[in-house]
Ligand binder design. Sequence first.
Ligand code: SF4
Length: 369
Amino acid sequence: MTDRRNEQTEETMEEKMVTPLLDWYEMNARSLPWRDDPTPYHVWISEIMLQQTRVEAVKEYYARFTRELPDIAALAQVDEERLLKLWEGLGYYSRARNLKKAAVIVMEQYQGRLPRNKEELIKLPGIGAYTAGAVSSIAYGRKAAAVDGNVLRVMSRLTGSRENIAAEQVKKRLTERIEAIIPEAFPGAFNQALMDLGAMVCLPNGEPRCGECPLADLCTAFHQNIQNELPVKASKKPRRREEKTILVFETPQGFLVRKRPERGLLAGMWEFPALEGRQDEETVRRVIGESGWASDGMTVLGSAKHIFSHIEWEMQGIYARLSAPKEGQAAFMDCIPVTWERLEQEYSVPAAFDAYRETIRKMRQNSGK
Ligand code: SF4
């Protein structure tokens, strides 16, 4: 008689995790608006919004965006100003522009339907391996991995790996290992289960809730008590600091704003003009005078900080009411005057200026405007 144990191959840790993970997901899946109706369009929009933004914050943006642009055809036709206004507050505006570019391609080359395969999806602007995997598995039920930071953290702890998860090779290897165990019948549920486990239980910054984890028995980091040392992520270059003096200038025709260049940081968005460095009131008064305007009254608005991926803005704001020069309207730093109401409703102003916009809102409320 043959020993049947020798014929059976030992299950790997990854294979063993599938069933407890799916069972846990069935009981604990987060209820999210885009999960109620997971069309390819809904999954795509939500996954792009969720990059760099918290789930709670995305819910409201997602509802507004999909209400106004309910399908790929509407997205392909939207005016860029309107698109950026809908994206206002989410940051990383190239994501919004890429959405529209991809929608145009989908309308022209794919009869208005997002491709099913990860390999085809990846060819579209703004769709990386993670988003392609999410759309392909969640919306189309294809066997494709969707590996984001949450999943990398869970996997590096489960396997006790000290490899740098920021390295492309490590990501690729992990993606292949996950792809090998995705269950045919539930690829979307499996990927979402891993994402949810990372977001709700295997939390970052030394706070994993191992006591609630369905995979604790299989987890190397838990058994070796090294959860808080993982994952290993190579330290990034420090951000470049830039100091700015933001000029919030009100003229009889409205607030002075200018359009940023079409390329680079916050491309094509509207902003208050600014001087480099921290400038005092005297310098600001001189700049106003040199441009041919006159100011009556100036208020220092205080400091604010905004963090981009590679740059950090340290800002201070100065509000001034400008009266037009006698000989007519002089241009000020390529700005145009826009009424406050239109600025709020129609112009896409980056979140970096939120602190100053909020101050102006309060000033206007106090003065009964
Ligand atoms: Fe993460 Fe702890 Fe679960 Fe391991 S046991 S996967 S460290 S939550």
